[in-house]
Design a protein around this ligand. Structure first.
Ligand SMILES: Cc1cc2nc3c(=O)[nH]c(=O)nc-3n(C[C@H](O)[C@H](O)[C@H](O)COP(=O)(O)OP(=O)(O)OC[C@H]3O[C@@H](n4cnc5c(N)ncnc54)[C@H](O)[C@@H]3O)c2cc1C
Length: 341
């Protein structure tokens, strides 16, 4: 049991880190918990044959000056404006990325360099999966896989909406205020994404495009030319992401990686269906459905004192990484206010 903790933040994606950083900057004792081995959540980079591949979000984009400054403070070399050469008129993962005034930045070391930089110096426990929220004591707490209990004056859930619901469902009888938040969250959904990184033999000519959003594919939403973001790439690499509806229908189909590669071959040429190595990943909750977005983070005061806060990409307009960062910062500011702390 950690007695002196002000805030436990569950989830070390961009929203949780942004919240924890704001709180730590106001002198609060925080602890970040994440079930994964590292930070970043859906800002995920996988190394395949030594080259970084952005497996979730492919590049960072936004308009908020503070968010963009935070992105540009990352030590990785930046590729400003990526993707510069865009093929196709299909719907991008996050249509806001191409609205007027939007700035786009890719990171040569991979997008995960951003959350890694943002989390530097923050107290963090990785491989710490929270099984349930515990609202039975005088202070809120969480129970980790294996049974360890942690308590703090405030608990923040910085997760996809469905993951927040799971923790609320395990919390036992909910105070009325928490129950109504649960009902609100239940109204939204996230879109899934089946994604694959593919490395191609040396000598394959790199495609002419950075990103391709095909308008005539039911299977693929996005083909990303990963090696066009890297410094001296050793080979051509692509990331393929499936359409949300196709992903939903094939989440439990073991054949889906092959179907993505076949579709890439149909679109880009035979070479695209014949990688030398691949790595695939199922994102059950990739992006907040546009209709599910809420305008800000949630802070619920508990009858016993303390509070439960909820932030994440669903809790600021526009969705995506910028919304995650903004919602975390806003919740951190509210929790650091004297009347709450
Ligand atoms: C394929 C794909 C494409 C995308 N394209 C774009 C795009 O073009 N533009 C854009 O802006 N955004 C895009 N996004 C969305 C963007 O990545 C997310 O909106 C953003 O990263 C969400 O950050 P977050 O902190 O809210 O959540 P997350 O990054 O999901 O962080 C939540 C963290 O909580 C952890 N966690 C979950 N459950 C538990 C538990 N029980 N116990 C402990 N830890 C737990 C997870 O490991 C994770 O690290 C894309 C995402 C994907 C997957």
């Amino acid at each position: 049991m950690i007695a002196a903790l002000d805030v436990l933040v569950v989830g070390a994606g961009v929203s949780g880190i942004s919240c924890a950083r704001t709180l730590a900057g106001s002198g609060r004792q925080v602890l970040l918990l994440d079930r994964a081995r590292g930070v970043g959540g859906r800002c995920a980079t996988h190394r395949l044959l030594g080259m970084p591949f952005d497996l979730g979000v492919a590049f960072l984009h936004g308009q908020d000056p503070d968010f963009l400054a935070a992105v540009r403070a990352t030590s990785s070399r930046r590729v400003e404006g990526w993707p510069r050469i865009v093929e196709g008129t299909g719907r991008p993962c996050q249509p806001e990325a191409f609205r007027p005034g939007e700035q786009r930045v890719a990171l040569a070391d991979g997008v995960t360099a951003f959350p890694k930089h943002l989390s530097e110096g923050l107290p963090l426990r990785t491989a710490a999966r929270v099984e349930r929220l515990d609202l039975s004591g005088p202070e809120p707490g969480v129970v980790l896989e294996g049974g360890e209990a942690l308590r703090a004056r405030h608990v923040v859930l910085a997760l996809a909406g469905e993951q927040v619901l799971r923790l609320l469902d395990g919390a036992g009888e909910l105070a009325r205020s928490v129950a109504s938040v649960r009902a609100l969250l239940d109204t939204g959904t996230s879109e899934p994404s089946l994604s694959i990184c593919a490395a191609y033999p040396a000598g394959i000519a790199p495609p002419a495009w950075d990103a391709w959003y095909p308008e005539d594919s039911r299977v693929l939403q996005y083909l990303g030319h990963e090696s066009s973001k890297r410094i001296d790439p050793p080979f051509v690499g692509l990331v393929l992401q499936a359409q949300p509806a196709w992903s939903r229908a094939h989440l439990d189909d073991p054949e889906w990686p092959g179907a993505l590669l076949s579709e890439a071959a149909r679109l880009a040429g035979d070479w695209a269906g014949r990688p030398t190595a691949t790595h695939s990943h199922r994102w059950r909750f990739a992006r907040t459905d546009l209709a599910s977005e809420l305008s800000g983070p949630i802070l619920v005061r508990l009858p016993s004192g303390g509070s439960v806060g909820i932030c994440g990409d669903r809790f600021a307009p526009g969705g995506g990484v910028e919304a995650a960062w903004i919602s975390g910062r806003e919740l951190g500011r509210r929790l650091a206010a004297p009347e709450v702390a």
